[in-house]
Ligand binder design. Structure first.
Ligand SMILES: Cc1cc2nc3c(=O)[nH]c(=O)nc-3n(C[C@H](O)[C@H](O)[C@H](O)COP(=O)(O)OP(=O)(O)OC[C@H]3O[C@@H](n4cnc5c(N)ncnc54)[C@H](O)[C@@H]3O)c2cc1C
Length: 468
């Protein structure tokens, strides 16, 4: 894989080198930042001749989803204003470039929180829609698209106001999870949830192996709105899949210690550290990861109940360290995330065994249960188990091991998350996403000339049949 540094000398003038959060496959494109739906339409009208176009939010997808080599990348950065707020219904209307971070800073102090948050606040509303993002509450609350009341999409055929309540909601659901291929979302109306405090009440417990982790998570599904398990993916044998489970609820005022009750909605998270440069060989390797995992497991309490944590400490601990992706070195890293239906839960064990046997280290391995899916054809979450792993590029046999895991996942009726993908083999895409043709047909209605395209889409050939 080329790195940003390798490519610096080859970037054509007037273009910008862009990569995803994993920093694995940079490519150069013309970047434009329109300030209105009209300007987006004008960009799209010229984009066919310019090599196609893709929307881009805050570039937090891990792979190449928000890149368009040789074409146009349309940044939503200037579409970031709050456009309306109805405190009675808790409905917010904002530009698609607004980040969840900015929205939380405005609305948490007023007692409102986003219904779904990923592991970072630094994603845009448009990126949240386009990846139909999920959080630690998917098992009960579902994914992002469920909370959007309406959105404006500017596709190559013009502006469309779309809603899940439309008689024909096909264009709405093709846009949710559609990875920017139906056009650019310019604004979103979103239902927020009311919170009594800006804190979480968290229970933590250690489990000694995968069976224990999975059975405790299954048993406590209904007990917690938010739940997740960190897995030590280097533990082997009887300790395979040992982990630390956390379950949490939004804290009530009465849960807070007296010193926090005076300002129960205080929310001003700060970045405590910044990684100023890329560690040449990467600081995260099998040795450091094994040491970290051992320490992390032992540091966790066997059982602790009712710990009070800030929203940022519970949901976004990584946001406390700026540019932490540089720790993986010049070659970058992959985030590999799959989901399998409950009937295929054995794949979680087999994947951990395969990765462990190959000595593939993962600094962050996270296991979660998903609830029922959205009607969006390309949305990632389906009911079952999802495992997400951060893996440094360069680990021996990495490609072959992940190819094997892909096969297991596909055979079990599961899929990998496209917002994190950097390497899936194209032939597995229709197996993992059986409604691909249906989605593609809707894309053709909104974009008959095949103007919307991305490095991810070209790599997977998902719109190949388009006439562009
Ligand atoms: C540390 C970290 C933790 C994460 N945790 C989670 C998690 O828990 N759950 C989860 O679901 N995801 C998670 N993610 C992934 C992230 O939520 C998604 O990749 C999200 O799409 C990123 O939003 P963005 O604004 O950065 O979008 P980008 O990365 O810029 O773009 C992502 C996709 O959205 C499209 N897009 C962006 N803006 C628009 C728009 N206005 N209109 C139409 N399409 C658009 C792009 O074309 C692209 O296909 C995590 C990422 C990181 C870095």
């Amino acid at each position: 894989m080329s790195t940003a540094a390798d490519l610096d000398m080859r970037v054509p003038s007037g273009t910008t080198l862009l990569n995803g959060w994993g920093r694995t496959a940079p490519s150069a494109a013309h970047v434009v930042a329109p300030a209105s739906a009209g300007e987006v339409a004008a960009v799209l009208s010229g984009a066919g001749k310019a090599g196609g176009a893709v929307p881009r939010g805050l570039g937090r997808s891990y792979g190449d989803a928000a890149q368009c080599a040789g074409g146009v990348v349309i940044s939503s950065g200037r579409l970031d204003r709050v456009l309306g707020w109805d405190p009675d219904s808790g409905t917010l209307r904002a530009g698609a470039g607004a980040s969840l971070d900015a929205l939380m800073r405005q609305f948490v102090p007023r007692g409102w929180f986003v219904p779904v948050t990923p592991g970072t606040r630094h994603v845009s509303l448009g990126g949240a829609v386009a990846a139909d993002i999920h959080g630690k509450n998917h098992h009960g609350d579902g994914s992002f698209g469920r909370y959007v009341q309406s959105l404006t999409l500017v596709s190559p055929t013009g502006a469309h106001r779309l809603s899940p309540g439309d008689d024909d909601a096909g264009s709405y659901w093709a846009t949710v999870g559609g990875m920017g291929m139906t056009g650019l979302v310019t604004d979103v109306s979103l239902r927020l949830i009311a919170i009594e405090t800006a804190y979480m009440r968290v229970d933590t417990e250690r489990a000694d192996n995968l069976d224990e982790v999975m059975s405790r998570m299954t048993d406590s599904d209904a007990d917690f709105r938010y739940s997740v398990a960190w897995i030590d993916c280097l533990a082997k044998g009887a300790r395979l899949g040992r982990g630390v489970l956390t379950g949490a609820e939004h804290a009530q005022l009465a849960d807070l210690p007296a010193r926090l009750r005076g300002q129960p909605h205080a929310f001003a998270p700060r970045q405590r550290l910044d990684v100023p440069f890329t560690a040449p060989g990467g600081l995260l390797n099998p040795l450091t990861v094994a040491a970290f995992n051992e320490l992390w497991f032992r540091k966790a309490p066997r059982r602790r109940q009712g710990e009070i944590l800030s929203l940022a400490a519970f949901f976004h601990p990584l946001d406390g360290v700026g540019s932490w992706n540089r720790l993986y070195g010049r070659r970058g890293f992959l985030q590999y995330q799959f989901v399998v239906p409950h009937a295929g839960s054995e794949v979680v064990r087999r994947a951990l065994e395969a990765l462990g046997a190959a000595g593939v280290p993962s600094f962050l391995a996270v296991l979660k249960r998903f609830g029922p899916r959205d009607p969006a054809p390309l949305s990632f979450p389906i009911e079952g188990w999802t495992l997400a792993l951060d893996i440094p590029v360069g680990a021996r046999r990495l490609g072959a091991v992940l190819d094997d895991v892909d096969e297991m996942v596909a055979a079990a009726g599961g899929r990998v998350y496209l917002a994190k993908d950097a390497r899936l083999r194209p032939e597995l895409l229709p197996v993992m996403y059986p409604e691909l043709d249906h989605w593609r047909a809707r894309c053709r209605v909104l974009d008959p000339e095949g103007i919307m395209t991305s490095d991810l889409g070209r790599r997977l050939g998902w719109l190949e049949a388009n006439p562009a």
